[in-house]
Design a protein around this ligand. Sequence first.
Ligand code: NAD
Ligand code: ZN
Length: 344
Amino acid sequence: MKMRALVKHGAEVGLRLEEVDIPEPGPDDVLVRVHTTGVCGTDLHIYQWDEWAQSTVPTPMTIGHEFSGTIAAVGTNVSGFEVGELVGAEGHVVCGKCRNCLAGKRHLCQDTRGIGVDIPGAFADYVLVPKGNVWRHLSDLDPEIAALFDPFGNAVHTALKFPVLGEDILITGAGPIGLMATAVVKHAGARNVVVTDLNRYRLDLARQMGATRAVDIGVEDLRTVQAELGMLEGFDVALEVSGSPAAMQDILENTIHGANIAMLGIPATAYAIDWSVVIFNMLNIKGIYGREMFETWYKMNILIESGVDISPVVTHRLSASDFDDAFEAAASDESGKVLLRWGP
Ligand code: NAD
Ligand code: ZN
């Protein structure tokens, strides 16, 4: 039996939509009929075949890791999952043998493989997921929202790393993750939520997600914004979700002494900061990678059930066959999350 798959071939820009064999589930695998997938920055790097992608991704490779779908078949060792259930997957497949894995801290595994990066991914009609990575969704969840759970998890992990109730929060970067983090901290009781970006289209989305102020950082400065909001000593919590060195500088200059800073944005290259600010201001900086397995996933369910609406982050919905248009939209200045539809 054949299926469609979006495959990366080496030494070329772009992807090819091909007919390949539907994978057979091994004893510990779950075969998922893919419904909706999301295009992520990682997929753009692979599409464009930049230096990072060339040195990371073996080819040919079916890419994609943000998805929702229904169970089509389960391996002989799989119990507790039924055909037809709406599921997603934690995209980090861990080793299960290292110190952190054995201690139950799977998100800290040093030998993680990525679905759609190191092993075949979800931009296809079917994807195989190891049973330990399958996440069963609330049965009435919209499959489009379910398809956002990977980046939503990044947002939730970052946003809830530190207490936000009653705090003033600075979020640098209004990409899909910063936008979802905005809705989360607002819901969790933050006072002021100030979001910065250089992109007007995304700043508008930040307002829709509940930002107190969406700041075009190319035009406005945060000192003025703080004064306007009656803030006297700086932001209590900062979420760095842009990867930009300039944004980190904004954080260093606008946070209270003792501030909590969660960093998820990935810088393109190494950069310097003034460490004396970190020391004299006694800043607390925490790096964030992926989602906690599966604590973050439980929190996502609870946030959705208690009314967080992440749907405005989706700005484009295309059919899988229009993948080139989808990647173009995702790379443009006028998009939030771009979704590709596979299944019925
Ligand atoms: P994105 O690239 O779509 O969004 C980043 C946003 O930051 C853009 O809107 C951009 O205009 C904005 N920006 C650029 N310079 C800025 C500045 N000086 N101040 C404020 N904003 C600025 O990305 P996304 O999908 O939302 O992801 C956010 C970041 O998180 C990216 O760096 C991505 O690589 C990273 N990421 C990390 C993990 C992890 O596990 N650590 C997982 C997924 C994504
Ligand atoms: Zn491990």
